[in-house]
Design a protein around this ligand. Structure first.
Ligand code: HEM
Length: 396
């Protein structure tokens, strides 16, 4: 009887042990089944491998490669990059749904580890999530940073154009690299608009910082796709990110401190002397960022931190330099290809402006052919020859 009893107890214990081993597996399967049942299917797409999904196709995902895949799988197709699900939208109808009809749902941008770190965790405008901060930030940009009044006050910026024209004039008869010259011009203009003319000394250092940021933004980082492999980091990206942001901190903090000193000493009141740092400092708070939409007065509804100011300046440097340079370069290239248009533009400029002075804003009204060329070419520049071949990605 005793043997029978101990056998029963033993059986019960081993049953309990196997139950404990089986329950987690059952729960896992149940969870998986529920998730699979709840999740609507993804759009069609090329089959992927376990764990890495379609990552081996990464080098094919240019605008042309995506167009090829769209021919095979349709105007909306799905790819899996490690843990990330990516949906490529190419047909105009679906694009309209995503960017217009359901824009409020898809208006956020995904940010890689590098983007999050280098934008001080989305303290800028380009990567801020859609919401009160983004809306108020946009108001600051429209009303202060990019306003017409502001642009007209950048008198010093015209010196940059003069320098470029003098340089080209001195090279008559020799080839010049328009792309390089224009990129230098937009970089100088944006730099001066952001920091003012007096900071020109540090410009080369700042360009080096921007170049490193640019490399880091574009670098392939395994941890973005398979997070638990982040520790491997064969390219040393993690330490490069820390170093790059530290360099930017050192650089812009000094400029911000100088601007604060100038403000406290009562300088910088004249709008022609102010730059973007001055404009942003008007919303500066030593404590923390604050935002509310309850009042129309921007100064009461938003407060920016140093990180916000640094991140927004970086947006402007990245957003305003290469894009504008590419648009100008493509426009010039197209004009050079069409000698008839080029001659007409030159003739009109000679008649309206003459050959001995620079164009002023007021001339533009009379330069009908030039205006038509610019409004046609930039659309050609941005659509046929976009400065970036794809629209930035969106996320839910
Ligand atoms: C020809 C010149 C330009 C082109 C082709 C261009 C193109 C673009 C595109 C395609 C976007 C993304 C829009 C979207 O998400 O749907 C964008 C956003 C942006 N651009 Fe530009 N851009 C140009 C000039 C500039 C300039 C001069 C600046 C600044 C000085 C600038 C700053 C920005 C910023 C801050 C954003 C983010 C806006 C937001 O999040 O709402 N861009 N640009």
């Amino acid at each position: 009887m005793e043997d029978y009893y101990s056998l029963a107890v033993q059986n019960l214990l081993s049953f309990r042990a196997s139950l404990f081993a089986v329950i987690p597996v059952l729960l896992l399967l149940l969870g998986l089944a529920t998730r699979l049942r709840r999740r609507p299917p993804y759009p069609p797409g090329p089959p992927g491998l376990p764990l890495i999904g379609n990552m081996l196709m990464m080098d094919q995902l240019t605008h042309r490669g995506l167009a090829k895949l769209a021919k095979k799988y349709g105007g909306i197709f799905h790819l899996r990059m490690g843990r990330l699900h990516v949906v490529a939208v190419t047909s105009p109808d679906v694009v309209q749904q995503v960017l217009q009809v359901y824009d409020h749902i898809f208006s956020n941008r995904p940010a890689s580890i590098a983007i999050r770190y280098l934008t001080y965790d989305r303290a800028d405008m380009a990567f801020a999530h859609y919401g009160p901060f983004w809306r108020q930030m946009r108001k600051i940009c429209v009303m202060k940073l990019f306003s017409r009044k502001r642009a007209e006050s950048w008198a010093s910026v015209r010196d940059e154009v003069d320098d470029l024209i003098r340089m080209v004039a001195a090279s008559v008869g020799q080839p010049v690299n328009i792309g390089e010259l224009i990129f230098g011009l937009t970089m100088n203009i944006t730099y001066r608009a952001a920091f003012g003319s007096s900071c020109k000394d540090g410009q080369e250092e700042f360009i080096r910082i921007l170049q490193e940021f640019s490399k880091l933004f574009g670098a392939f980082n395994m941890a973005d796709f398979i997070p638990y492999l982040g520790w491997v980091d064969p390219q040393g990206l993690n330490s490069r990110l820390v170093k790059a942001r530290r360099s930017l901190d050192r650089f812009i903090d000094t400029i911000i401190d100088d601007h604060i000193k100038k403000r406290n000493e009562g300088g910088g009141g004249d709008e022609a002397d102010t730059d973007m740092v001055d404009d942003l400092l008007a919303f500066f708070s030593e404590e923390s960022a604050k935002v509310s939409e309850s009042t129309e007065d921007l100064h009461h509804s938003i407060k920016l931190t140093r990180d916000n100011i640094k991140a927004v300046i970086m947006d402007v440097m990245f957003g305003g330099t290469e894009t504008v340079a590419s648009a100008i370069e493509w426009t010039m290239a197209e004009l050079m290809r069409s000698t008839v248009d080029l001659k007409k533009v030159q003739q009109e400029l000679a008649e309206v402006v003459g050959l001995h002075r620079r164009i002023h804003e007021a001339d533009l009204e009379k330069l009908t052919y030039l205006r038509c060329t610019l409004s046609r070419r930039p659309s050609a520049s941005t659509h046929r020859f976009p400065s970036s071949s794809m629209r930035p990605p969106r996320t839910l």
